[in-house]
Design a protein around this ligand. Structure first.
Ligand code: HEC
Ligand code: HEC
Length: 287
């Protein structure tokens, strides 16, 4: 072998990556930015992203995109599944996603965000695992993505003052077998008004109605089921089933509304998505 051939062989060997030297964009001249490097089109493997970028991306996504594309970017709330989008797959760090954000597309409004925020959001979306379990294909188990153990703790903290899984909610996971109905049911037991209210059909629960007590000046208090109330009248149905209407003038007569579901209504805006999933995942285990 000539010296020249030997040198050529050595330099070829030097270009092969040393085992265990897995750092990305290492010091070597043959960095991944070399033009010959081509990303596979489908399910590209992305380099890991720093936690502070992901945290910023998650926050910005939560405020601007979650509402329509879902907290897991798999869509279903009015926007499409972003993880199956060709455009998202081909996006590197917001150069394609950003065009959609800044210009809007179809039903999606244009959203004014800075380039750096768009980059963070793009990194955050790309951090989702594309493979694995696809919630849009398996609607029923999709809401059982929570952690039942965390749900048990959340239940004790948030619900335990009024309910018990060995008392009034005994066997709730068997009584309402469909997790979606169960979730809508505990979120807003009276039905309606809840997140995504109306979609779940009639409430599986019989909750006590809203009542009202009207006390006319110098008269006797009358309590009944509230039928309607506005600034001018209040109408109730008394125990005998008779509907009674009172004219209202400011503080007269005295009107006190008792909504047994007030606690639930007040809690609604306080749950995080994680609370909701965890509590549902816990309640289905209460057989
Ligand atoms: C008001 C609802 C809504 C909001 C908010 C919203 N989107 Fe969209 N988005 C949509 C809809 C609907 C489409 C489908 C548009 C079409 O092509 O008809 C869409 C499409 C997209 C697409 C294109 C997907 C493709 O394959 O063409 C991307 C990317 C996208 N949205 C990202 C985002 C990001 C990131 C945010 C937050 C910064 C966001 N969207 C906020 C509703 C929304
Ligand atoms: C401040 C008290 C209070 C809190 C806190 C509370 N609830 Fe309730 N909940 C009620 C009342 C009152 C009803 C009406 C039915 C009844 O009297 O049991 C009700 C009804 C329900 C029902 C329907 C049960 C049935 O038999 O009709 C479910 C399910 C439920 N709540 C789950 C929960 C869960 C889960 C939490 C916590 C995330 C929670 N509640 C927090 C007071 C509360």
């Amino acid at each position: 072998m000539t010296i020249a051939a030997l040198l050529a062989a050595l330099s070829l060997a030097a270009q092969a990556p040393a085992p265990g030297a897995g750092g990305r964009g290492g010091r070597g001249g043959a960095a991944p930015t070399a033009p010959a490097f081509v990303r596979p089109a489908a399910y590209p493997e992305r380099p890991p992203v720093a936690k502070d970028i992901l945290d910023r991306g998650r926050a910005a996504y939560g405020v601007n995109c979650n509402f329509c594309h879902g907290s897991d970017a798999r869509g279903g709330e009015g926007g499409p599944n972003l993880l199956r989008s060709e455009l998202v797959l081909n996006d590197k760090r917001g150069e394609l996603i950003g065009k959609v954000i800044l210009n809007g597309q179809g039903e999606m409004p244009a959203i004014k965000l800075s380039d750096s925020t768009i980059g963070d959001i793009a990194d955050y979306i790309h951090s989702f695992k594309v493979g694995g379990y696809d919630i849009t294909r398996n609607p029923p188990p999709s809401i059982l993505v929570g952690d039942a153990k965390a749900g048990e703790q959340a239940f004790a903290k948030t619900c335990g003052s009024c309910h018990s899984v060995t008392g009034d909610l005994k066997g709730i996971g068997s009584k309402i077998a469909d997790p979606k109905a169960l979730q809508n049911g505990w979120l807003m037991p009276g039905g309606g008004g809840g997140r995504g209210g109306g979609r779940g059909g009639p409430s599986p629960f019989n909750v006590p109605p809203v009542t009202v007590t009207v006390t006319p000046t110098g008269g006797k208090a009358i309590t009944g089921r509230l039928v309607r109330i506005d600034d001018f009248i209040v109408t109730l149905t008394d125990d005998a089933g008779t509907q009674k209407t009172f004219r209202r003038d400011g503080e007269v007569p005295k009107v006190v509304i008792n909504d047994p579901m007030k606690a639930h209504k007040d809690l609604l805006p306080k749950y995080t998505d994680a609370d909701i999933h965890n509590i549902t995942s816990y309640l289905v285990t209460i057989k």
